[in-house]
Design a protein around this ligand. Structure first.
Ligand code: UDP
Length: 239
């Protein structure tokens, strides 16, 4: 029978909104716990796991700046929001006995480790889940770009982007009944057709390093583990 997975090291990217449940804002601990269980089911296979969690459930720089805040300050607030989400995920993973390190791109030694590449690699080798927080540490970027950057640095075999839908569609499936899902799509098509998988800088960074992006639904219980084994529906973005 087919193996449960052939992956050794992966990046899981989820948006901050994935952690808010039906609340419309902030953190919903039972939802965080459910996602932690999805992560555990993959960790149990021996796969080394990196995670990047967005901050949109708490604060987005662009929204702040649209309401009159200075853009870079607003972006730093967004980065801090991702740290809160990372700590919530660490707490949920540790409740499942999974050793987890939060590694921040902005130094804050009391709550998270600083990002030191070789140290992060060592954590992964020891099967600790690494949650990379504070994005890239730079304003004007997103956590999609941070996920792609860290996935390259950690030499992950792919980015698994967990979303509300089971892949990439030619138009928004929530608004169009005839929207078509791609099984595979090229980086260039994602950029040219503005398919909204990730922002353009993240797609370009993945393309230039040949890092596949697998878009799947996080709402499906057991979905993450199934997708790693090639089961279920998803879209693979590649060269
Ligand atoms: N952010 C940033 N630089 C980064 C990553 C994130 O400035 O490298 C800020 C940006 O303001 C962004 C916010 O953090 O709006 C939250 O991240 P993102 O929007 O990517 O979260 P998601 O949509 O995935 O929840």
């Amino acid at each position: 029978s087919a193996p449960d997975t052939t992956y050794k090291r992966v990046m899981l990217k989820i948006s901050g909104e994935a952690l808010m449940g039906d609340q419309g804002f902030g953190l919903h601990p039972p939802t965080v716990q459910r996602i932690a269980e999805e992560v555990k089911s993959v960790h149990d296979l021996g796969v080394e796991i990196c995670m990047v969690i967005g901050g949109g459930n708490i604060f987005r720089g662009l929204q702040g700046s649209a309401q009159g805040m200075e853009r870079t300050t607003a972006d730093y607030m967004g980065m801090l929001a991702t740290v809160m989400n990372a700590l919530a995920m660490q707490s949920a993973l540790e409740a499942l006995d999974i050793h987890t390190r939060v590694i921040s791109a902005i130094t804050m030694n009391e709550v998270a480790e600083p990002y030191i590449r070789r140290r992060a690699v060592r954590h992964l080798e020891k099967k600790r889940v690494c949650v990379f927080a504070a994005g890239t540490g730079n304003p004007y970027f997103t956590t999609d770009t941070a996920a792609t950057l860290r996935a390259n640095e950690m030499k992950c075999e792919a980015i698994f982007k967990g979303t509300k839908v089971d892949g990439v569609y030619d138009k928004d499936p929530a608004k169009h009944a005839d929207a078509k899902r791609y099984d595979t799509v090229s980086y260039d098509d994602v950029l040219a057709k503005r398919l909204g998988v990730m922002d353009a800088s993240a797609i370009a960074l993945a393309r230039d390093n040949n890092l596949p992006i697998i878009v799947f639904s996080l709402d499906e219980p057991g979905g993450f583990r199934g997708i790693l084994a090639g089961r279920g529906t998803y879209t693979k973005v590649h060269g």
